[in-house]
Each structure stands twice: as structure tokens, then as C-alpha cells.
Design a protein around this ligand. Structure first.
Ligand SMILES: CC[C@@H](C(=O)O)C(=O)SCCNC(=O)CCNC(=O)[C@H](O)C(C)(C)COP(=O)(O)OP(=O)(O)OC[C@H]1O[C@@H](n2cnc3c(N)ncnc32)[C@H](O)[C@@H]1OP(=O)(O)O
Ligand SMILES: [Co+2]
Length: 134
């Protein structure tokens, strides 16, 4: 079911500072910020040879990463995104196995314009898992 790692996400309190860290201190290529109100985040992607790092800053009052940053004010690893070729088949298989698919269970369009879903961290070794159909 799982194909490549599409991205590893880091939640940050200050996206501009995080961009400077990756661009200037680490010499990485960083995309322009994308505000995604339907996800409650503003994101950039650090482009790497074999995957991407997604830097996420809260956007709006109901951001799903606000509680995470309350517990980790300096930021931290937030989720890992795996690519799947059929997100509905993956969802149905996972739900049938008892895994909790977050939200209303229907994919939303993510930062890459592709359908994404999230799986509860408590079902996956304390790690929030995102699936993206490619
Ligand atoms: C940019 C768009 C898209 C993309 O295209 O890439 C994105 O990546 S959007 C990213 C932001 N969106 C999401 O994260 C959506 C899915 N997340 C959620 O539904 C919630 O954040 C959550 C995972 C259900 C947690 O909700 P929260 O309100 O924080 O609940 P709790 O605080 O009660 O947490 C329950 C439990 O889970 C632990 N937890 C929370 N977040 C994480 C995490 N990122 N990684 C690991 N564990 C996490 C939290 O500590 C609680 O544990 P206990 O305290 O032990 O109960
Ligand atoms: Co993501």
C-alpha cells in the first residue's frame, strides 16, 4: 500500500524564522509560503533530492497544530506523509482493520493539489500519518 515518503512535516511557531534556518543556515531550497485555511496552516516545502520537508505554521483560530505547539513551543516533528496510489482503497482497508481515519473520513485536497487523509497517531506508534494519493 505505501509507496514513497512524500514529506516529513515539522510544526513551527514562526515560519519566517524556520525558512531562514533551512534556506540560510542549512543552504536548502525552500518554496514560497502557501496559506491553506482549509487545513489551518501556512506551509513551505524544503526541496530535497529524495523527499521534502514540510514546515507548518498555524493559520487561524482552529488550527489543528495549535495544541501540538502548546506542548512543543519550539516546534517539532509533526507527521510523516506516505504516497499511496489509491487513497480510497487504502482508507477502506485501514478502517476495516480498525485504524482511525481522522476528520469525516473523506480525503481533502492537500498542499500538492492531491487528496490527503490522516490516521490517528495512537494507532501508528505515536506518529501522525498522512496519506497522499499520487
Ligand atoms: C498542508 C496541508 C496538508 C498536506 O498537504 O501536507 C497537511 O499536512 S495539513 C497538517 C495539519 N493537519 C492535521 O494535522 C490534521 C490531522 N490532525 C488532527 O486531526 C489532530 O491534530 C489530531 C492528530 C487528532 C490531534 O488532535 P489534538 O486536538 O491535538 O488532540 P489531542 O491533543 O487530544 O491529541 C490526542 C493524542 O495524540 C497526540 N498527538 C497529537 N498530535 C500529534 C502528532 N502530530 N504526533 C504524535 N502525537 C500527536 C497527543 O499528544 C495526544 O496524546 P496523549 O496526550 O498521550 O493522549
Ligand atoms: Co503534510
Amino acid at each position: 500500500m505505501l509507496e514513497k515518503v512524500n514529506h516529513i512535516a515539522i510544526a513551527v511557531p514562526d515560519l519566517a524564522a524556520a525558512i531562514a534556518t533551512y534556506r540560510d543556515t542549512l543552504g536548502a531550497r525552500v518554496s514560497a509560503p502557501q496559506a491553506l485555511p482549509e487545513h489551518g496552516v501556512t506551509v513551505v516545502f524544503v526541496e530535497l533530492a529524495n523527499t521534502k520537508v514540510e514546515l507548518l505554521e498555524p493559520l487561524g483560530e482552529a488550527s489543528p497544530i495549535a495544541a501540538f505547539l502548546e506542548k512543543a513551543p519550539a516546534g517539532g516533528m509533526h507527521h510523516i506523509c506516505y504516497e499511496v496510489d489509491d487513497i480510497l482503497a487504502a482508507r477502506d482497508r485501514l478502517a476495516a482493520s480498525g485504524a482511525r481515519v481522522l476528520g469525516d473520513g473523506n480525503p481533502k485536497i492537500g498542499a500538492h493539489g492531491k487528496p490527503v487523509l490522516f490516521l490517528h497517531p495512537k494507532d501508528f506508534l505515536g506518529t501522525l500519518v498522512e496519506l497522499e494519493q499520487v
